[in-house]
Design a protein around this ligand. Structure first.
Ligand SMILES: N[C@@H](CCC(=O)N[C@@H](CS)C(=O)NCC(=O)O)C(=O)O
Length: 341
């Protein structure tokens, strides 16, 4: 392998997330160098390559690191077009694969671990929950992958997702999960402006930061609105810390985000993910009675949110301010009174 095409995978043999990437690379026939990491004593490389989560797997391609197993798999599929595809070509089938992969990861993994980590009555409950979720998966497979007994492409060829194992209705076919829908829209309508960049590494960065915003920021923002006193102070502190992590990531990967994530005034998936929760941050600050977006501490995020709020599509679809304030006040009040009882 030439130096500039060097591919290094950092992992731990027992990790399902590492296995996801290992299988994807092997199925595509891509040679790589493997570095086993000791998670109890993480190497400096992991801390540098994945400063946000400090987790494996990390794939390093031509010196550039990519984190998060499913982001890596999509990157691999988009970069090496020669080997067998890891996702089907048809946008609707791709949406189904992404939907069920996220169901497996968000619902099944956790419940499976709960079964292993418990005993007695607690374990019985976990088993019941797992069986119920497996039933949901079984029904989904019956509908969307009836030939999965012959793997998910139905042709006997293994692909990684079969191993790792709002609703949009288009031509009568439903698609669920907001981020799955956005990728479907981008792949189906090619005429309008793209929602993801074309370059696979930039796409991986967008997917990584979208999942950070969704998994880390949304929850903490809601915690700020739903709490008060000391509990709220803690939530604000956590949110500011996470916004700092995002600010650093933006500085490195999207330095022109003050002019939106494409850098040219166009909005894409990353701007949508941030805009839907943090777009009305002034309303949230007013209702929660705290300051969240500080132009001194997080100047890029501040200018980014301003650009999002001025985009004509956003201006057109933003509800009246007083309506948002009233709705959020009720939301906060309900949360505070239910936590008081
Ligand atoms: N969402 C991540 C999860 C990765 C993950 O949880 N990795 C674990 C090993 S299984 C890890 O590195 N843990 C170290 C830590 O939490 O400090 C992915 O899909 O890659």
């Amino acid at each position: 392998m030439s130096e500039e095409n060097k591919l290094i995978l950092h992992g731990t043999w027992s990790s399902p997330y590492y296995k996801t990437v290992e299988l994807a690379l092997k199925l595509k026939g891509i040679p790589f160098e493997y570095v086993e990491e000791d998670l109890k004593n993480k190497s400096q490389k992991i801390l540098t390559y994945n400063p946000v989560y400090k987790k494996i797997p990390v794939l390093v391609h031509t010196g550039k690191p990519i984190s998060e197993s499913l982001v890596i798999v999509e990157y691999v599929d988009e970069t090496w077009k020669n080997g067998p595809p890891l996702l089907p070509q048809n946008p609707y089938s791709r949406a189904q694969v992404r939907f069920w992969v996220s169901f497996i990861r968000d619902q099944l993994y956790k419940t499976m671990f709960a079964v292993i980590q418990t005993q007695g009555e607690e374990q019985e409950k976990a088993v019941e929950e797992l069986l119920e979720k497996l039933g949901v998966l079984e029904d989904g497979l019956k509908e969307f992958f009836p030939n999965i007994g012959n793997l998910s492409f139905g042709n006997g060829k293994p692909i990684s997702e079969s191993l790792v194992i709002p609703v949009l209705v288009h031509t009568g076919k439903p698609i669920s999960e907001s981020l799955v829908i956005v990728e479907y829209v981008d792949e189906t309508w090619k005429n309008g402006p793209p929602l993801l960049p074309q370059n696979p590494y930039s796409r991986a960065q967008v997917r990584f930061w979208v999942s950070f915003i969704r998994d880390q920021l949304y929850k903490t923002m809601f915690a700020v609105i739903q709490t008060q006193g000391e509990e709220q102070e803690k939530a604000v502190e956590e949110l500011l810390e996470k916004l700092g992590v995002l600010e650093d990531g933006l500085k490195e990967f999207f330095p022109n985000i003050g002019n939106l994530s494409f850098g040219n005034g166009d909005m894409g998936l990353l701007d949508i993910a941030m805009g839907v929760v943090f777009g009305p941050y002034r309303v949230q600050e007013q209702v929660a009675g705290v300051k969240i977006i500080d132009p001194d501490k997080t100047p890029l995020i501040f200018s980014w949110l301003n650009a999002i709020s001025k985009h004509p599509v956003v201006v057109d679809s933003t509800p009246p301010l007083d309506k948002m304030v009233a709705m959020l006040k009720i939301f906060r009040q309900n949360a505070l009174s239910s936590s008081a009882t």
